[in-house]
Design a protein around this ligand. Structure first.
Ligand SMILES: NC(=O)c1ccc[n+]([C@@H]2O[C@H](COP(=O)([O-])OP(=O)(O)OC[C@H]3O[C@@H](n4cnc5c(N)ncnc54)[C@H](OP(=O)(O)O)[C@@H]3O)[C@@H](O)[C@H]2O)c1
Length: 287
């Protein structure tokens, strides 16, 4: 009889190299809006084989994520943990204080990746470069093994390239079939920055898309799996979120089928440009 509480062996999930030399699992588990039963939900993901957890101070669940990790008994070196600096925390002293709290909450002495969550160009005098330099301190002292940005448009990243020392290792942006965000992908790639695609299911919309479902039938997979596989074939790092173990398991099964060039073109054709965006625009989003 199988023991449902047993920790699975790590699955063979491909990794993507970061400019630091580290390898990030291309598929992880997202924790945004995991607000109830957090320990059970994250424990389920870890049991199923997820080893990369995308978190953030803004999600207000890092202590519970830390509890699930501690209970799992999985060695720290097998996990890839990301956190992000929350919008109210950009002032250097606050960034330092809240980063230390994140490490305490996650019960670890380092995160594998720490990001500025939003550039907030309309706040803090638009000075995210000073905030970036505080993240450089965390990289220098080893408490962040890599640092990066989230929701940065190319012109925001250019300011960092011009005003700071370290090139962001990743840029985590909204990206899915309805908003492929091609210009950001091209800029990131040209600068050795890995693109992470947030809301790869467009917050669940992709699951009921008839065109994705038809494509999935050919491969015996769901519409969601087609959207996720499309992101994987683009080279993006993704971390779909689900509170249900069945969907968590479904979202892991992306590596035993591949989309043909015609099928990739079909998914490309679902783009709605800016109209497909579900979140705020980085140029205007405040707190
Ligand atoms: N940097 C940023 O600003 C930012 C912004 C947003 C998200 N993120 C990150 O990206 C992660 C993923 O994005 P997201 O959570 O916004 O959206 P998502 O992963 O695109 O979609 C999640 C939604 O899809 C549903 N779902 C998941 N798998 C499914 C499946 N196989 N079939 C049908 N429905 C399914 C989930 O429902 P159930 O949970 O009920 O199953 C949930 O409603 C976040 O958790 C977070 O880590 C970052």
């Amino acid at each position: 009889m199988s023991d449902s509480s047993a920790v699975s062996q790590p699955l063979h999930i491909p990794t993507v190299p970061l400019a630091t030399g580290a390898a990030i699992p291309q598929l992880g588990f997202g924790t945004y809006k995991v607000t109830e039963h957090v320990v059970e939900i994250v424990s389920s993901a870890l049991r199923l084989g997820y080893r990369h957890i995308d978190g953030a101070q803004m999600y207000h669940n890092e202590a519970e994520v830390g509890e699930a990790i501690a209970q799992s008994g999985i060695p720290r070196e097998e996990l890839f943990l990301t956190s992000k600096l929350d919008n109210p925390n950009h002032e250097p002293a606050v960034a330092r204080e809240t980063f230390a709290q994140t490490l305490r909450d996650l019960r670890t002495d380092h995160v594998d990746l720490f990001l500025i969550h939003w550039p907030l160009p309309t706040l803090y005098g638009g000075d995210f470069v000073t905030t970036w330099k505080v993240l450089e301190e965390f990289l220098d002292d080893g408490r962040a093994r890599a640092i990066g940005v989230s929701n940065f448009e190319p012109h925001h990243i250019q300011e960092i390239l011009d005003g700071a020392d370290v090139v962001p290792a990743v840029n985590q942006v909204e990206s899915h079939p309805y908003l492929p965000n091609n210009a950001v992908h091209e800029f990131d790639a040209a600068h050795g920055i890995v693109t992470e695609a947030w809301s790869p299911l467009a917050r669940g919309r992709a699951a009921s898309d008839p065109a994705l479902a038809r494509t999935g039938q050919t491969h015996g997979v769901s519409a969601s799996q087609v959207a996720l596989r499309w992101a994987i074939q683009r080279g993006d790092v993704i971390f779909p979120k689900s509170v249900t173990p069945e969907r968590q398991a479904e979202n892991l099964r992306l590596f035993d089928f591949a989309l043909s060039p015609d099928e990739v073109a079909l998914v490309d054709g679902l783009s709605e440009g800016e109209a497909g965006r579900t979140g705020g625009h980085p140029d205007t989003r405040g707190m």
